[in-house]
Design a protein around this ligand. Structure first.
Ligand code: SF4
Length: 314
């Protein structure tokens, strides 16, 4: 099978900016993208730079953008990419500085992982047990699912929020955080929940599910973020604007069956809403400020039943 590749190249020592180079190479049907770029390096362009190690979707080092989506090159099949896109476009992971071609500086990603303290912190007031601390079976699903993460950074670099807000700790770090929040051997659950609920933490997630979609290991970071948020709410850790916004949303629907957009900013931002005055004025002049008093929907009884049912299921 003759396959066309377009690969982004950039050597900061000699190139003014990144550029694309086209390659064509004969490959077996079952070739992976990683096998292809190794063949390109060996047969056509010895300068092509990329990382790889295990070739088995275990080490995470060959993460790159393949046809505009972060993937492990060792897991992506050339035939699948060609069937879907006709050819193969390869670029480095987004948002990270390019060191050379497809090799990126992973340090900013590691710093986000460090922020969630990815290690067990037993309660210092608890006497050391005579035997090892056992994992409660009820939490093993969370511990195991999040432990599948191979730190490839696919989810982090394809995250839509991290694109707009570089301070966002990101889905991989939050999934790692949830692994320790869920672990019954850890003694710092509240401390962790408070820290994960701070600005640039879990409430910045836009729930777009891009992280879950790109994760090559089935970690489902969005589900981990949802679980941390749920636990933080249950434990009364509700200081961030994100959770206040969610609460205001819930209260509004509970009260009238409608979303009261006029009161949302005040309930979310408190006195900080004063800073939004210029924008509110502009909206008012364009007739876009919603009326704050709303009539409840006619079938409020149905809404109440939904809330009652949800309460029972919690
Ligand atoms: Fe990679 Fe998935 Fe871990 Fe994100 S959660 S770093 S996509 S393995």
């Amino acid at each position: 099978m003759l396959v066309s590749f377009k690969i982004q190249k950039f050597n900061p020592e000699v190139d003014a900016k990144p550029y694309y180079r086209d390659y064509e190479i004969e490959l077996p049907e079952r070739a992976t993208v990683l096998e292809s770029i190794i063949a390109i390096k060996e047969e056509i362009d010895g300068t092509l730079s990329f990382r790889c190690s295990c070739r088995s979707a275990i080490c995470g080092s060959c993460a790159m953008r393949i046809n505009r989506c972060a993937k492990l090159a060792c897991k992506a099949r050339v035939a699948d990419e060609v069937n879907r896109h006709g050819s193969i476009l390869i670029e480095p992971l987004q948002k990270l500085k390019v060191i050379k071609d497809l090799v990126v500086d992973m340090d900013p990603f590691w710093r986000m992982i460090e922020k969630v303290k990815p290690y067990l912190m037993p309660d210092p007031n608890e006497a050391a047990p005579e035997r090892e601390r056992l994992v409660d079976p009820s939490t093993t699903e969370d511990v195991i699912r999040n432990s599948l993460c191979i730190l490839c950074a696919c989810c982090h670099t394809d995250c839509n929020v991290a694109e707009l807000e570089p301070g966002f700790v990101g889905p991989a770090a939050l999934a790692k955080g949830q692994r320790y929040v869920a672990d019954t051997r850890d003694g710092a659950t509240d401390e962790r929940l408070k820290s994960l609920s701070e600005p640039h933490g879990l409430w910045e997630c836009a729930r777009c599910f891009a992280c879950t979609q790109v994760c090559p290991k089935g970690v489902d970071p969005r589900e981990s973020i949802r679980r941390i948020g749920h636990l933080a709410y249950e434990r009364g850790i509700r200081s961030d604007e994100g959770i206040k916004h969610a609460q205001a949303f819930l209260d509004s629907v509970k009260a009238s069956g409608r979303l009261n957009e006029a009161t949302l900013p005040l309930k979310t931002k408190g006195l900080g809403v004063v800073g939004m005055t210029p924008m509110a004025l502009q909206m008012f002049l364009k007739g876009k400020v919603p009326f704050p008093i709303q009539r409840p929907v006619p079938d409020m009884e149905e809404i109440r039943k939904i809330f009652e049912l949800t309460e029972k299921q919690r």
